[in-house]
Design a protein around this ligand. Structure first.
Ligand code: 7TS
Length: 407
């Protein structure tokens, strides 16, 4: 079991009051997580002791900086069980990772009439890059439908596979419904028809154990800032064979082996895809974040959040009029998006903020999913390893306050 009180002491911001006498209840980790002192210290130490550019110098600081950056890459590779550290490409975030695949792999491999299968529950970052590519290359986008309950319709998926898609790209965990999709099954079926697979792991990698080799994933994208790490650093995992065959995404320093006035040769993996000075301190911070998550244990975190969401749903369902979107607790992560007949999501969020409870309101960058459910917005409470049951109770008190004010 998690020692949540001990964990909370590692997160300085969790001690703060939003206003005098009103402690923070942070229920917006799906947007970005808070950061433990171990991550802050790793970045601070880097800047205080070893700041230098990487891969370019042979002076001591440059060597230390390079060693720390590459050590972070190796620990992140181990965290998702990648077969090689060079399969970890540092990017800015999930969005950039997916765009990298769309620009590089997509432009090299897709032609007019080719089919890409996505789902109706995608975040805009796993939707718009494919829309751009589809318009440019005259591709066909197809979508695995989401059921009323908030699950993927897998029978419909199997029918879509008859179209012989070239790519199947889907989220492993919905940032709105919390749905955890059967990624291994989706990938295995895609591979049977020869499709390449991309998993959006922005929500899954922080919250459940993810093993890319067990999943069989070809690409996996995720963001540091949602998994206790800093913003400005993300990861694209890709299988060696695919990455080797892909053309570079951005051109510039570090991604080359040799340059002449009119030509260049590309560097080896992973540097081929890391043009320019990367986010060095942020990569080191993400290394510290995966150390922290590993020390707590991803299975323990998953279990803790399972119990948490079961309690959240039980408490929310007792409130008349509250409608929670997404499947039953057994199929979802610790995300509760809801509406109330009395108040718009933004009003809910504002009243909750007066009580120190931070939730997000809006379409959460999944407009098509909200359109499907016929609603413009939801209020979303999301939970992580540092949240407590008492905080759930504070949320519920706040929702009763909303009913009192608007009811
Ligand atoms: N995919 C999913 C499933 C996400 O939840 C997000 C961010 C992204 C991709 C994009 O990540 P980024 O780091 O590149 O921005 N989701 C949210 C959210 O739900 N609220 O704020 C950001």
């Amino acid at each position: 079991m998690l020692d949540v009180e001990k964990i909370r002491r590692d997160f300085p911001v969790l001690n703060r009051e939003v206003r005098p006498g009103v402690p923070l209840v942070y229920l917006d980790s799906t947007a970005t997580s808070q950061k433990p002192r171990q991550v802050l210290e790793a970045m601070d130490n880097f800047y205080r002791a070893s700041n230098a550019n990487i891969h370019r110098g042979i002076h001591t600081l440059a060597e230390e900086a390079t060693a720390s950056y590459e050590s972070a890459r190796r620990r992140i590779a181990a965290f998702i069980n990648a077969a090689h550290a060079h399969e970890i490409i540092f990017t800015r975030n999930t969005t950039e990772s997916i765009n990298l695949v769309a620009y590089s792999w997509g432009r090299a491999n897709l032609q007019a009439g080719d089919v890409i299968v996505l789902t109706e529950m995608e975040h805009h970052s796993n939707l718009v890059p494919w829309q751009i590519l589809a318009a440019e290359r005259d591709l066909r986008l197809e979508f695995i439908p989401v059921t009323e309950e908030g699950l993927l319709d897998l029978e419909a998926y199997h029918r879509l596979l008859d179209l012989r898609p070239k790519l199947v790209a889907f989220t492993q965990m919905s940032n709105v419904l919390g749905t955890i999709n059967p990624a291994a099954e989706i990938i295995a079926a895609a591979h049977q028809v020869g499709a390449v697979t991309l998993v959006d792991g922005a929500q899954s990698v922080p919250h459940i154990p993810v093993d890319v080799q067990a999943l069989g994933a070809d690409f996996l994208a995720f963001s540091g800032h949602k998994m206790l790490g800093p913003s400005g650093i993300g990861v694209l995992y890709g299988r060696t064979e695919l990455l080797e065959a892909m053309p570079p995404f951005l051109g510039g320093g570090d991604m080359i082996k040799r340059v002449e006035l009119r030509s260049f040769t590309t560097n080896a993996l992973p540097y081929k895809f890391e043009a320019g000075t990367p986010a060095i301190a942020e990569a080191i911070g993400l290394g510290a974040a995966v150390d922290y998550l590993s020390a707590v244990g991803m299975q323990a975190i998953e279990q803790y959040e399972r119990e948490m969401i079961a309690y959240v749903l039980e408490r929310l369902e007792e409130i008349p009029g509250v409608r929670v979107f997404g499947p039953a607790a057994e199929h979802k992560g610790a995300v509760a998006s809801f509406t109330m007949p009395e108040a718009h999501a933004h009003d809910i969020s504002q009243v909750l903020d007066e009580l120190g409870v931070a939730v997000r309101a809006g379409h959460h960058c999944a407009m098509p999913l909200h359109t499907k459910f016929g609603i413009p917005a939801t209020a979303r409470a999301s939970f992580y390893l540092y949240n407590t049951r008492q905080e759930v109770d504070r949320l519920v008190e706040g929702i009763y306050r909303v009913k009192h004010i608007f009811g």
